[in-house]
Structure formats: C-alpha cells, structure tokens
Design a protein around this ligand. Structure first.
Ligand SMILES: [Zn+2]
Length: 506
C-alpha cells in the first residue's frame, strides 16, 4: 500500500551538531529538495494496482508535480535524482537514453547520481549522454584502477549557489556495480565503499562552506520495522562525521523509503517516476538543522499538459510506438518476474535462448528477468520490458564436467533449460549441487560433449560466471529479446505455461 496520496508530513526531526560551514548565520534558511530515482526510461506514465489503475508519472506527470511542489513552497528548490535514469524502455533504449536526458534537462534537474545501469551501453555512450545533460552526473566513490584518479564520467560533486544558499551535492554509485555490469566496462574501475569512498570529495565540499550537503546515491539502504537499519547507505550514514551531511537521496532499490540514520534522512520515492520525495531542510540561526520529509505521487491524469515537453519527446515516442505495438502473442496467466515467484517466465526465456542457439541446454540469469507479463495480448514492447538489456545469445561448447561447474557457479535461482538440478547442503550447511541431469532423466556425462546457449552478459563473466568467460564462445547475432519474441510467436495462443518447479530447490 502507498501512503502518499496526501501531503503527509512524516517526520520532523531536529539534529544538533555543526553544519559543514560552521559559520553562524543571521537569518534562518529553508530549502526544498525534490528527489526522484530509478526512472529507468519511463517517459510514459505507468499504472499500478496501488494507484487503482490511475496513470502515474511519465515525463508530463513528473514535470507538473515538480513545478507544483516548487511553487507551493515558495522557497529555494533543488531537483536531484538518484540514478538509473535511462535503461529500461523502448522509448529510451532505441537511442540509448537520449530522450531521458532531454526530459531531465527540461525538468531542470540539478544533479544525478551515476547509476549502475548508466554503464549498460559502455563508457562512451555515458559520456555522450553526459555531454548532452545540463545537470551534473555524480559519482565520488569511483576510481581508476591504474592511477587512482577519478574517471571523467564520475564527477565527484557539484556546488550550487541559488538565491544566496550554497548547497554541495556529492554522488555515490553502488559498490555492486561490477557485479551487475559487463566486466569489460567496469574492470578498469574500483567502486569504493562508504565514507572512505567519498572522503576527499566531502573534504573538498566542506572547503566551499556550503549551507547544506547532500549525497545523491545510487545505492540501497534503509530502516525497516522487521529488519532494522541495513544496507550500503546506512553504512555510509553511520560512518559520516557528525553534522557533515544533511540528506541522502537514495536509489538502486526501487521501493519507497523514508528512513533516518544518525540524524540524516535517507529518502527514496519509488522507481519509474512513481513518486517524488520532498525534503524541506531548515537551518536555524543557532546552527540547528531540521527537516520534514514526505512523498508525493505524480498522477498523470491530473498533470498539466505540456506541449513543449511533448514536442521534445515526440520522435522517440513515435519510433517506440512503431516498433513496440506489434502484437506477439496472447498469454493466459500472469507470469511473474520474481525470483521466488512461480518462475515460469524465467524458464520461458531460458528455453527461448536454448531454441535460438539450437543447443542442448540454455541458461538465463535470474537478475535479467526485469518485468512481469500480464494476461492478455503481449506486444513487442511488453517483451522488451521483460528483457530490455539488448543482450545477445551466445553459443558455447561444453563438457559435462564444465556443465556441473557452471551450475555450481550460477545462482541457485538462475534458470537452466533442459537441466534438472538437485541442491543439498554440505556438513557446514552450505548449499551444494547434489546432482545434474537432463530433463528427460538422462545423465550429464563428465566427458560428454554438449552445447550451451546463454547471453553475452554471463559469457562476459557477469554475475561472477568466470568459468563462462574462459570458454570459447560464438555469437548467434540474435538478441535475447528476439529469441523470446520468436518463442512466444511459435507457441499456440493463448499461451498457458505449466508451473515448473526448480528441481530440488528447498
Ligand atoms: Zn541500480
């Protein structure tokens, strides 16, 4: 359930301690921060169950809401994004994020964190988008392996002075980036954790004597009733010198949070433009900082039309429509993308990859299944949302012994086509692979010669699949997306897939 239909003042907290500047001021200060994150290319509104099918977000919805929140405050406002802006929709991906940067420029964004998915198309593409952006794209904790300097695409911070108030904004990119991005992209860089990662940037920002310091972080972390406070941003917040940072805008995790760690609010409004976090920061004349945080839903059906914005995005919308509206199939059931869901969608992709590679077995990583398929007509655009990364199907020759090693290196919730795997636990209670057979029960012989199809992300060593990286492979030239489209088209509609349990999975 969402709790943000109304203007809701969730927290009012007062933290003592010194501000970065430490200088006394004569009049109290008030700024408002409007924060988004994990937009993932959603230039069009999205409908949700929690919104009672009302359209939420989209470029127009966000623009209207941000402007309203700024006008209502009549205060100095900063617009900050927590990263992962571009990857995820046809509208954005057909031109590798171009319209999303246009949108955030038009939304007058001040700064964004570099999200892990900003690296999906490689560093050159990110640099091209950064050159188009009018906002600062920040990541203070990324360093080059060779000389320890910061890469050009990872500007550490920006200082913005607006109507006499000076704000320092520091970026942070999750240390899990090398686990989710192609090694060929991330290998030259080190993603340093916590305060140590941003220390020099924070020192430099302090020297500028800002009134407020904000971290925009593409990294998870929050406080929950059940689990307490945990995650990368909680660690960072706990390590920061007292009073040195007044707000952390979060990202990477797609859900809402409104947490406070060491007196520092950590906010996320929800992914895909479904929310705007609103943080009012105050500084009193005796150097006390306080804040209000709330969350707003930018309903698109009540947003003000914006012909200028529409025109700006028109060519991207038209192109995506042409490509995306093609009907592929009809499915009978809701196919979940969740790792712990009924898993039919993941196996469908693994089967499709195997078919297109014409191999003995197929492999699809669980993290690459990005959206559900809902019952009814499935369009090319729907399939795209499930597998948006543009990965291509690769073919590998493997021995039975190597298949077993691949299974051992894979996550237990990855999807193997035509393999039955039984997991058990060893004496130290660690999960181990007990047996691997083909789905018809025939054995996988250690010295047998077989073929495997999977995606280039895993073949590049993604998800820690070092064994695949070291095996010779050939590209089929078929994308995973097109493999799934072909598979769906070939099945009789409406498609009803049998539930297939992960063999031996506890
Ligand atoms: Zn992310």
């Amino acid at each position: 359930m969402r709790f943000s239909y109304i203007w809701l003042l969730v927290l009012l907290a007062v933290t003592s301690g010194n501000l970065a500047a430490g200088d006394s001021i004569t009049t109290p200060l008030h700024i408002r921060v409007l924060a988004t994150h994990d937009f993932h290319g959603n230039l069009r509104p999205v409908t949700y169950d929690w919104s009672n099918k009302r359209p939420v977000g989209g470029a127009t919805g966000l623009k209207s809401m941000l402007d309203d929140l700024e006008t209502a405050c009549r205060c100095i406002t900063f617009r900050i994004d927590g990263g992962d802006q571009m990857q995820g929709t046809l509208e954005s991906n057909l031109t590798q994020g171009v319209p999303v940067v246009k949108m955030f420029n038009y939304l007058e964004l001040d700064a964004a964190a570099v999200g892990n998915h900003e690296l999906d198309w490689g560093v050159d593409t990110l640099l091209a988008r950064q050159s188009e952006a009018k906002y600062a794209w920040l990541a203070a904790n990324v360093y080059r392996d060779d000389d320890g300097s910061r890469p050009v695409w990872a500007k550490p911070y920006t200082i913005i002075e607006r109507d006499g108030v000076k704000v320092g904004i520091i970026g942070y990119t999750t240390i899990s980036t090398p686990n989710t991005q192609r090694p060929q992209t991330t290998d030259p860089y080190e993603f340093r954790s916590g305060y140590e990662g941003i220390r020099t940037a924070l020192d430099a920002v302090w020297k500028e004597k800002p009134d407020f310091v904000i971290i925009t972080a593409h990294a998870a972390g929050e406080c929950k009733d059940e689990t307490g406070c945990a995650g990368e941003m909680v660690k960072l917040a706990n390590e920061l010198p007292a009073g040195s940072v007044q707000l952390i805008v979060g990202g990477h995790a797609h859900d809402y949070t409104n947490s406070v760690v060491q007196g520092i609010p950590i906010v996320r409004a929800g992914a895909y433009g479904q929310g705007v976090a609103v943080v009012d920061l105050y500084r009193s004349t005796d150097n006390k900082v306080s804040f209000n945080t709330s969350n707003e839903v930018p309903y698109a059906d009540t947003a003000r039309p914006d012909p200028v914005l529409d025109k700006l995005l028109a060519s991207s919308m038209t192109e995506a429509d042409t490509v995306g509206k093609r009907q592929v199939a009809t499915v009978a059931d809701h196919l979940s993308s969740l790792r712990d869901g009924d898993r039919r969608l993941g196996y469908l992709i693994a089967d499709a990859v195997r078919d297109s590679g014409d191999t003995d077995i197929g492999l699809q990583n669980a993290g690459g299944v990005r959206a559900d398929m809902l019952p009814g007509v499935i369009t090319y655009s729907d399939v795209f949302r499930v597998t948006p990364f543009g990965n291509v199907v690769m073919r590998l020759a493997v021995t039975g012994r190597q298949i077993r090693q691949i299974v051992e290196q894979a996550y237990t919730d990855d999807y193997f086509s035509n393999l039955d795997i039984v997991y058990g636990t060893d004496s130290a209670d660690k999960i181990r692979v007990d047996s691997v057979t083909f789905s018809d029960g025939s054995p996988v012989k250690d010295d047998g010669h077989y073929t495997l199809a999977t995606n280039d992300y895993l073949v590049d060593g993604g998800d820690g699949m070092t064994i695949l990286k070291n095996l010779p492979s050939t590209a089929t030239g078929i994308t995973v997306l097109d493999a799934v489209v072909k598979k769906l088209s070939a099945l009789p509609s409406p498609i009803s897939l049998p539930v297939r349990k992960q063999a031996g999975q506890k």
